[in-house]
Design a protein around this ligand. Structure first.
Ligand code: FE2
Ligand code: FE2
Length: 295
């Protein structure tokens, strides 16, 4: 497997580079505040000047190409969920073919991230659906293995079809998006009604929305919000797009904030012992999900 193929098609060395960069943007000490601790405008500027060129280029491509039309086309292509059926272990193994050739120390980055996230949630005594959410929240990254470029799989997500918020990272790159020239899409609410709720809003395409669609019939609403919006830092961390939210969003976004530190800050040196955890997670999966999940 060539390095390009392994990393997915795009400027990042690997998919984790985006998440590593998120830790630079939102260092762990600040996250102790959890309640949507947003960054000051100055801190945001500092961050964007120090970002690695590959990450900057990744955001440039993401913001340029994630138009309303692109999102509609990807939904059409994927939401029929007829690409592949996967259970827990074949899913994890498939994800692990997204190996990171640039880092020989982390041979199984995806499975380790998912197990570390889930184990941290479990250690804190949270409900079983929450632990399962930690385990599967990034399964949607299989999009890379279906041939999608990095910028259509990972990266911060944002609403499409309405005015871009400056609280989206690198919002200046939206100038290259064709939607920027469509006046109807650039009013504050754009194609939406103010207060319509995120359920009625199309988000940029990526692993969050895809995985939400895969599991939406099986998990409680709290888990579905965590999965669907975990990469929308502009909303859950920066408080942007408040004019689109409804009461349901305001309630459940707290769960996204509760989930976020487990996603970002549980990268541990001690590697999870997969063999020891196998029975527990098989049991947990089958409590909520069918043996074979349709992707
Ligand atoms: Fe993710
Ligand atoms: Fe994650």
């Amino acid at each position: 497997m060539s390095q390009d193929r392994a990393a997915g098609d795009g400027p990042l060395d690997n998919l984790e580079q985006w998440e590593d960069d998120l830790r630079d943007r939102y260092p762990e000490d600040v996250s102790a505040l959890t309640q949507g601790s947003s960054k000051s405008a100055e801190a945001f500027r500092d961050y964007t000047t120090q970002v690695k060129p590959a990450v900057r280029e990744f955001y440039r491509l993401n913001h340029r190409h994630q138009s309303l039309e692109f999102v509609q086309q990807k939904r059409q292509q994927y939401l029929s969920l007829d690409k592949r059926k996967m259970g827990l272990w074949d899913g994890l193994e498939f994800l692990n073919t997204l190996i990171d050739d640039s880092d020989p120390d982390t041979s199984l980055p995806q499975i380790e991230h998912l197990l570390q996230t889930a184990e941290a949630i479990r250690r804190d005594g949270h409900p079983r659906w929450f632990v399962l959410t930690g385990l599967i929240h990034d399964f949607g990254k299989v999009l890379c293995l279906f041939g999608e470029p990095q910028w259509a799989v990972v990266g911060d997500t944002f609403p499409v079809g309405c005015r871009y918020s400056e609280r989206v990272v690198f919002s200046e790159f939206f100038r290259d998006n064709p939607d920027d020239q469509v006046p109807e899409y650039q009013t504050e609410a754009g194609i939406y009604r103010p207060g319509c709720g995120l359920d009625n809003v199309l988000m940029s395409w990526g692993h969050d929305e895809y995985m939400y669609q895969v599991v939406k019939n099986y998990l409680p609403m709290e888990a579905l919000y965590m999965i669907r919006y975990h990469s929308c830092y502009a909303i859950h961390r920066e408080g942007a797009y408040a004019h689109l939210l409804d009461d349901q969003d305001r309630h459940y976004l707290d769960y996204v904030r509760q989930f976020n530190p487990y996603d970002l800050y549980t990268k541990a040196a001690d590697r999870p012992q997969i063999a020891d955890l196998r029975a527990y997670y098989e049991d947990l999966w089958s409590e909520f999900l069918p043996d074979q999940l349709a992707f």
